[in-house]
Design a protein around this ligand. Sequence first.
Ligand code: 4AD
Ligand code: MG
Length: 429
Amino acid sequence: MHVYIEDIGKYEGREVTVKGWLYNKRSSGKIRFILIRDGTGIIQSVIAEGDVDDSVFEVADRITQESSVILNGTVRKDERAPGGYEIVAESIEIVQAAQDYPITPKEHSIEYLLPLRHLWLRSKKQNSIMHIRHELIKACRDFLDGRGFINADTPILTPASVEGTTTLFPVDYYGDKVYLAQSGQLYNEATIGALGKVYCFGPTFRAEKSKTRRHLTEFWMLEPEVAFLDLDGVMKLAEEMILYVIGQILEKRGNDLKTLERDTAKLTRIKKPFPRITYREAVDIIKKKDKKFEYGEDFGAPHETIISESFDKPVFIHHYPAGIKAFYMKRDPKDESLSLSVDMIGPEGIGELIGGGQREDDYDILLERVRENKLPEGAYQWYLDLRKYGTCPHSGFGLGIERAIAWICGIKHVRETIPFPRMLERVYP
Ligand code: 4AD
Ligand code: MG
């Protein structure tokens, strides 16, 4: 019977078939140990000379790394085996013999591995990161679904910018110019009018000129948006979502976190409330370490790192100067120079995980902002319409999935958090 390696413990004493790839092998006298992986786990199989047909032993000797194989044998409990079980092999069939697999079990440089990403994904650590990615996305969706949010996906080919015009990827659309979506937010603001509370989840694109460990040109974003929600409400929502996600990953992907040698104490101790500080308070923290920083400037990567390292949990920074935030941010009625914006900065130097806030809901003011920002009015007509037909206070945020994964996995660079990273200098494989 074909079984998956993650379920092997249920088949103790029984004969099973596993189908997968040769991960590694070693020999000790008249015994061969072969490690087979099938995507769900790795299992050790023991082949002892004399116990099996000579031809089976000969296959075990000949089999090479990453050859595809089908193996039959009996499951045996063994404390010494990685995972606690092993298979006493009775037969092995090589489906295809791989020659000279380029990623040998030794250490390789990132420059060597990136062009081999299609194969690198098979390694143990990368496998764990992908499992955590899957769990994180599932947890975000479960959290929102559990609260009655509707997933209403937003277009990728769009006529207008959301987050500034400098990072747009233009696409020729039958002779017209459209852009790859930077965010689904503007469309979320439309779907809340139909559905109340929504989220979109999909790939977003930024023609980032910067080569940093936090930037991809194609990344995935989860964006909830809620009608009749204010800035405080959106912080609460983000806080609860992050806590839920951490809890789920700690509960369900403990083995993967172990493979990644993640110090999970840093995650378990995260409890609410997350600190909430104003932009002004954040500037005071930054100025202690970087005297040159001036009030009114946007935070760059080094400033985010200073904040990130000053707290052992995620921290909200709100009320940024309006001038450094997007055109759609609502202004603080008490101080027009400030916006009702909020970013969540993650701990351990990871930087900004979430960006969001309360949106401008007044037609005339929003039109003025579109004009001030020299945005093409025609492309935003539908967006302005939303302020004409039953406008209301509303808020939302976007969580950068890759940054969240990097943080939870404890890895420095976002390039390992997505199966095929797209960066300034890389669109292959
Ligand atoms: O702060 P951003 O630009 O916010 C928005 O796009 C809003 N429209 C979202 C909303 O309110 N619905 O992006 C949100 C998050 C950032 O905090 C960051 O985690 C991630 O998206 N992000 C990136 N991740 C990887 N590579 C990039 N180039 C990223 N740019 C933003
Ligand atoms: Mg941002």
